[in-house]
Design a protein. Structure first.
Length: 179
């Protein structure tokens, strides 16, 4: 057969019946009903699921009634840090009494830190204005310890219980920075 010549389709009546039904009225497509039910169910359930899920994804979700300092007075490095780091700085600044009782195990005792609080706050002036330490911006151990303190505080644990948990969990990473 030469190139470009028309090709003749040879088929039987049975082949054509499978491709083009004799009856022009199609009453049911197999599987269409179950597919429609699935699509409609998905359209109804998806928005509900997204609303519930969006309530769980907030950066501050799960913080409950924990005292947190405002981000307004934080250094730019903290403001541009990941939310978990921001929360750790906010909690440490707002809870000095708790955080001064909690050790850090990242090795920061070598730079003069005396508690997990020292990883975030280097001091305060006579007016109570806080001077922030940038150490915790780059230290996941400091932030993890603070996140655990936040979680345990929210569960109603007392400072000695929280300190015991931190000691048991983090002492494998280095020496305590508390005497």
């Amino acid at each position: 057969m030469p190139i470009g010549a028309p090709v003749r389709w040879r088929s039987s009546r049975a082949d054509r019946a499978r491709i083009i039904p004799e009856d022009p009225q199609i009453t049911e497509v197999p599987g269409l009903k179950s597919t429609l039910v699935k699509v409609i169910s998905l359209l109804i359930i998806s928005p509900i699921f997204l609303v519930v899920l969006s309530g769980c994804s907030s950066a501050s979700s799960g913080l409950g009634n924990l005292p947190m300092a405002s981000m307004d007075g934080m250094p730019d490095g903290v403001k541009s840090a990941p939310p978990v780091v921001q929360q750790a700085y906010q909690y440490a600044a707002a809870n000095p009494d708790m955080m001064k009782q909690i050790p850090c195990y990242c090795g920061c005792g070598d730079i003069g830190h005396t508690s997990n609080y020292s990883c975030y706050v280097s001091g305060a002036d006579a007016n109570g204005r806080i001077a922030y330490d940038s150490h915790a911006l780059g230290c996941s151990i400091c932030v993890d310890i603070t996140q655990d303190v936040m979680r345990l505080s929210k569960q109603g644990k007392a400072p000695p219980e929280i300190k015991t948990y931190i000691d048991q969990t983090y002492s494998q990473y280095g020496p305590s920075n508390m005497p």
